[in-house]
Design a protein around this ligand. Structure first.
Ligand code: NAP
Length: 408
């Protein structure tokens, strides 16, 4: 048992003790080594930022391969209970098989804690090898809805009894014919779930003085799901944040830019969005998207800075968060001291910011910037820069030393 106290929710706000208990899930593949590296750097940053007054009490929770080996269950009840109790997790990547096998543990955790927003900041770090000519223009934050849409996993195999029942129901009642050899999935998108992610994105944009929020959708084709998402988002901005936003139409009428103090709100159809962020990255800032669109656009945006290995993400709800790297388990590098822990560190930065420990987050961010500028990096970045790589452990040692030498 870690010596610490639980983070609580008091009158809708987080109450964070100086020694908060945060769960640590090592994950599969490269997970254990990048988690150890990230934890060492985060601990050093917290210790330096608060002169030893604050400290995270890490508590191990088992999931994935290790849990299966030790407890015969990839997501044991004890881990589910710990999640419900402590609600904040730094998580290494977990294996999910394609097309068959067990359901994504990541999705299960998001559902368990109702972590409805997946937040992924994508900002260029000087020194990375980007495919764009002017990568310094990239500074976007994707807010992706996490609990609705096709990821609810309501689907049936083409030859199942359930698919047959549904085919008959649709045919008999709604005159809808579905091919006998078609699998069937259902795409629910609700007003309440859309409104809460929109609210969170708008609050973020206001608090962080962002320039614009772009609603991404495929509403021209899927009118009552994706099209409704667009409408509901605009409605929340108008109803709950009057005075903060200006629509593109209103801005155009004033001469095409948002006036001082107003945040531009616009929307783009999903396919257009992909070419827009590549050809005009400077025009996009906060991107608000449904689950599937958000999944695609966050990886595409990540690729613009050159390497999804350096991106972190946060899954956040009204109370709780799972913070993780964007990349997966990279099994071919497992146990070889080669993998880059930067994605998980970026997730750690988001976690520290979320609990209000922004000084520690800043130390981590600065140290990563120093490492990249000095080309003290792991193989994935070093091979592009033509420099000698550091191992995972040596890279984290470098960051710890850099943090110790920084003044908070
Ligand atoms: P992946 O694990 O992200 O690896 C793909 C490639 O990305 C690697 O071969 C490597 O590229 C590079 N890479 C990723 N992370 C790296 C790191 N930290 N350091 C250095 N290089 C890194 O993607 P995948 O192979 O598609 O997925 C493997 C498993 O991870 C699957 O079971 C998938 O479901 C799971 N996954 C889990 C999560 C999660 O837990 N949130 C997220 C995504 C995927 P090179 O080969 O070019 O060196």
């Amino acid at each position: 048992m870690a010596e610490g106290n639980k983070i609580a929710l008091v009158e809708g706000r987080l109450a964070v003790p100086d020694n908060p208990i945060i769960l640590r899930i090592n994950g599969d593949g490269i997970g254990p080594e990048i988690t150890s590296a990230a934890v060492a750097v985060i601990d050093a940053a917290v210790s330096m930022a608060y002169s030893g007054r604050r400290r995270i009490a890490w508590m191990d929770a088992l999931a994935g391969d290790q849990a299966e080996k030790e407890l015969g269950d990839r997501f044991p009840e004890s881990t589910g209970n710990a999640l419900k109790e402590y609600r904040f997790v730094l998580k290494g990547p977990l294996t999910t098989p394609v097309g068959k096998g067990f359901r994504s543990l990541n999705v299960r955790m998001r559902i368990l804690l109702d972590l409805y927003a997946n937040i992924r900041p994508v900002k260029y770090i000087k020194g990375l090898d980007s495919p764009l000519r002017n990568p310094e223009k990239i500074d976007m934050v994707v807010f992706r809805e996490n609990t609705d849409d096709l990821y609810t996993g309501i689907e049936w195999q083409y030859n199942s009894k359930e698919a047959d029942t549904l085919r008959k129901l649709l045919n008999d009642n709604l005159n809808v014919k579905i091919d006998q050899d078609a699998g069937i999935g259902i795409k629910p998108m609700s007003k309440s779930k859309t409104e809460r992610i929109a609210r969170m994105a708008f609050k973020y944009a206001i608090a962080n003085r962002r320039r614009s929020v772009t609603i991404m959708h495929k509403g021209n084709i899927m009118k009552y799901t994706e099209g409704a998402f667009r409408e509901w988002c605009y409605d929340v901005a108008k109803r709950e944040f009057p005075g903060n936003f200006i629509t593109e139409e209103e801005a155009n009428a004033l001469g095409s830019t948002a006036p001082q103090g107003k945040i531009l709100i616009n929307d783009r159809i999903a396919d257009n969005m992909f070419q827009q962020i590549i050809t005009r990255p400077e025009s996009y800032d906060v991107i608000l998207a449904p689950n599937l669109d958000g999944d695609y656009i966050s990886d595409a945006a990540g690729a613009l800075i050159g390497n999804i290995g350096v991106l972190g993400g946060a899954n956040i709800g009204d109370f709780g968060g799972v913070f993780e790297a964007v990349h997966g388990t990279a099994p071919k590098y497992a146990g070889k001291n080669i993998a880059n822990p930067m994605g998980l560190l970026k997730a750690g930065e988001l976690m520290l910011t979320h609990i209000g420990w922004v000084e520690a987050a800043k130390l981590v961010e600065n140290a990563v910037g120093v490492a990249i500028a000095q080309k003290k990096v792991t193989n994935d970045i070093a091979r592009l820069a033509g420099t000698k790589p550091l191992g995972t452990k040596e890279f984290s040692d470098f960051l710890v030393e850099t943090i110790k030498n920084q003044t908070a």
